[in-house]
Design a protein around this ligand. Structure first.
Ligand code: SAH
Length: 218
């Protein structure tokens, strides 16, 4: 292992300890995933030294990679298991998909900005994350051919809950997404069972806009 990767490993360990565990994330799979994925490779070289800091970072195209704690919190909220198939809307840097891919059977992720889609795809290939399937397009319509999903995560803020996504949730399926205004949203969790859809709030948050047919206008 190079000195550089030892440095990042130390930063990663302290991120998990001081930002994730200290704030009450306990799911062992989530903690393991966050200890494993090399977050610094998902940002530009100029920002690598900040990759494990307690805040979001720009990834180009006016988009951001979420704060580590938010990634852990949303992932834990999905209560994932090893056989799950998960849909993510908003690939961005690819970091959240990589974290999910450590825990579940397969991750399907959709990105609407072509350059981000291409960069994430290449990184997944380089890192040999072979259980991530990527798609370039509008994720607000979901991915009908691969549905239903055991879990769905939207990593951009929606004005309303996109109905196609709810329809692509399996029975027993869970979904988390930020819903609200352009500047601030509420993190919503949905759960589908035989009786229908159950909804709860996980608190306030701030995400970039979900744009598309069932999102904000471009
Ligand atoms: N999960 C990402 C965070 C990305 S920020 C990560 O770990 O880095 C949100 C992303 O959602 C942006 O890249 C944005 O382009 C994308 N996005 C916005 N609307 C979308 C849509 N309708 N379909 C797919 N991606 C969308």
């Amino acid at each position: 292992m190079t000195a550089d990767s030892r440095k990042f490993q130390r930063l990663r360990e302290s991120m998990v300890k001081n930002q994730i565990e200290a704030r009450g994330i306990t799911d062992p799979d989530v903690l393991r995933a966050m200890r494993t994925v090399p977050r610094h490779l998902f940002v530009s070289e100029a920002l690598m030294d900040q990759a494990y800091a307690d805040h979001p970072l720009p990834i180009g195209e006016q988009q951001t990679i979420s704060q580590p704690y938010i990634v852990a919190h949303m992932t834990q909220a999905l209560a994932l298991g090893p056989d799950d198939r998960v849909l993510e809307i908003g690939t961005g840097s690819g970091y959240q998909a990589a974290v999910l891919a450590q825990i579940v059977f397969r991750v399907y992720t959709i990105e609407t900005i072509r350059s981000l889609h291409m960069r994430a795809r290449k990184l997944f290939d380089d890192l040999k994350y072979s259980n991530i399937v990527t798609h370039y397009g509008d994720g607000t319509n979901g991915w009908k051919d691969e549905s239903p999903f055991d879990a769905i995560m939207v990593t951009a803020g929606a004005p309303d809950i996109p109905i196609p996504l709810v329809n692509q949730l399996a029975e027993g399926g869970r979904m988390v997404l930020p819903v609200g205004g352009r500047l601030a949203q509420d993190m919503i969790k949905l759960y589908r069972d035989v009786d229908g859809i159950h909804q709860s709030s996980l608190g306030g948050c701030r995400f970039v806009k979900l744009v598309g047919e069932h999102g904000w206008e471009q």
